[in-house]
Design a protein around this ligand. Structure first.
Ligand code: SAH
Length: 192
């Protein structure tokens, strides 16, 4: 019974975060790209992340993955629901703060501004933090070895592969300003 309730709650939160993403990324093509750092491996991981986000939808609407269910107490599911809510909020705030400076692949846009306020005041990668929180929440809400972990297994490696190149790119573009910004912020956990 709780299993189907968690499926419904997960799907509602998934819809909410999809709306936030759609609204946040709708206008990004308006600016021209002046520096492009895309790599094949990053694009492959973007696609894998997409699959990892969609596997739970198969789980919600069919029983094909039910063979991989396992037991966890319900309160863990509710912790996941709250965590997912926080991830939705964080993604929303990040898109508001980043505005047109968002890019799906590593790139610098024409007129790119360094954002250091809002949620960026505390961490340099709030969007990646939000994705990792979402992926952890997915595992806590969906007690299934495949649908629970399908996003986490891709989004953590992608973060680890991408974060150094992104910071190198930002240093190249913004120099001392970004170096100072790095000193007062954490990557995905605020600096004390
Ligand atoms: N890593 C950030 C942004 C993800 S989107 C986060 O997790 O929130 C990736 C793009 O954002 C990069 O290509 C870069 O152009 C841009 N970006 C990253 N940090 C930025 C910042 N502080 N200000 C402006 N643009 C930034």
């Amino acid at each position: 019974m709780f299993n189907s309730l968690f499926k419904i709650v997960y799907f509602v939160e998934f819809l909410l975060i999809s709306v936030v993403r759609k609204a946040g990324t709708a206008k990004y093509r308006e600016l021209k790209t002046i520096l492009d750092r895309k790599t094949l491996i990053d694009i492959v991981f973007l696609a894998l992340n997409g699959i990892g986000m969609l596997i739970p939808i198969v789980y919600v609407f069919s029983s094909v993955l039910d063979f991989a269910n396992y037991y966890l107490p319900n309160w863990i599911g509710w912790v996941g629901v709250i965590l997912f809510g926080f991830a939705i909020w964080l993604l929303w705030r990040t898109h508001v703060d980043l505005g047109k400076n968002w890019t799906p692949i590593l790139a610098i846009r024409d007129g790119h501004k360094l954002v250091t306020e809002g949620v960026f005041k505390y961490i340099r990668h709030p969007m990646y933090a939000s994705h990792i929180l979402w992926a952890i929440a997915q595992a806590l809400i969906l007690h299934n070895w495949i649908a629970g972990y399908s996003f986490l297994v891709f989004c953590v490696p992608q973060y680890l592969l991408r974060v150094n190149s992104e910071e190198d790119m930002m240093l190249e573009q913004f120099g001392e300003e970004y170096r100072e910004y790095m000193q007062r912020t954490g990557r995905i956990i605020p600096r004390l």
